[in-house]
Ligand binder design. Sequence first.
Ligand code: FAD
Ligand code: MLT
Ligand code: ZN
Length: 458
Amino acid sequence: MPSLPDRLAGIVGAPHVLTDAGTLAGYLTDWTGRWTGAADAVVRPRTTDEVAAVVTLCAAEGISLCVQGGNTGLVGGSIPPAAGDAPTRLTILLSTARMTGLDDVDVIGRSVGAQAGATLDAVDRHAAAHGLRFGVDLAARESATAGGVVATNAGGIRMIRHGNTRSQVLGIEAVLADGRILRRWSPLIKDNVGYDLPGLLTGSEGTLAVITKVLFSLVTPPEATTVAVVALDRVAAATELIAAASRRGLVVEAAEIMTEAGVDLVHAHGARRPVAQPAPFEFVFEVSGAGAVDEELLAAIEGIDGVLDAVAEPGPAQALWAARENHTEAIARSTTTPVVKLDVSVPIRALPEAFDRLHAVPGDLGVECRPILFGHVGDGNIHANYLDVPAADVHRVTEAVFAVVTDLGGSISAEHGIGRAKAAWIRLGRSDVDIDLMRTLKTALDPHGLLNPGVLFG
Ligand code: FAD
Ligand code: MLT
Ligand code: ZN
């Protein structure tokens, strides 16, 4: 019997089966550096048929399979279990890096098909060449893939305008755990025949199927936008400004908040500060609309208590976006231990209390670490990052954050998913019946638990 690498090479070609320890290492640690897994091989198929053949081999031999796109996920879902945690079976990592094809844009139907490994940036540039845009955008756009954003149901900075990734998925092609190919590929906007399987696979974090191709709906960009950075002395001013701008007929394209500590971290790495003085909060607000957008925006800003300063310019205004765009990387560079990165949401009215209580977590616990909070404030989504957390305190910090969030009626995972990082806490977010039903679906679609073991359910 040929070895596993030889059999995989028979499917994808020998250059696309990687087994050298040094090469594997590049695939086996996640973006945050917190999670390192183990695999017997990395396989890089090019086509859906090759993926189906790989998965069929895994099903026949009981081999675990972890799917990886751009490896920018932040909850440890894109790497296999660590050697000690792995089930005692062979494990392969399937990388979609070679599956980068894009179909022609359907300009009238406003949609495009993208292979799973196409980056967000590539999908967006392809759409932009036809006067359209991809509705999901995030700072990892040059690495994050179509398959990855769908598998995590990513949110991002345009979610307030266009909804989450699930809202952009018209159709899907995926290889099931037994090797069959599901192709729900219809550009129809209205199509209610049975269960929403593309919707189910969206957000399934590689646990139900390998997504090979996605049919995305595209959005029409505004003719012009105005971007403001507004210095604030309180969180509530941001949500009041969003409401005021909407009442004036402005369309909110993005609404992102940062704290002084986070902005300082970015500036330590060279970015220019757009507002004159440091402020407790900086709010990046992008709007569009008909008529005098700048004047309407300034009028909205003037009516808000808690505004300390504001600068505005026509979009894309990359300089005004720079501190927000560089936040995640600045945080990753500024911590001595892997960042404890908790992505939570609370009801909008609870945001000010949530910021206060999440800032207080280190002091409350007596743990020496630094909180940096930022996020998609218009969606009630706070990225609660704790830097320099001693390894022994990671669990306590996580528990304390989730206690605050649960108390405020929020979610322990706003947009990054559950992955490995939050699997132990899934019960905080879902009822027993809900989890039973999810497990039933998992068992029905992947009866031998081969797809992404350890992700979602632990
Ligand atoms: P990976 O990291 O490779 O994988 C993520 C998960 O999806 C894993 O569970 C993996 O198994 C699964 N998966 C990947 N491809 C497939 C496939 N083809 N089939 C089945 N399962 C698959 N997220 C947000 O929601 N909003 C943000 O604003 C945001 N900003 C970010 C900014 C930065 C700088 C970084 C580093 C990350 C950010 N993220 C954000 C995290 C986000 O989850 C990822 O960027 C993206 O969604 C993951 O895409 P990926 O291709 O890197 O997937
Ligand atoms: C973001 O909004 O920038 C991300 O979700 C990444 C992060 O949480 O750091
Ligand atoms: Zn985010």
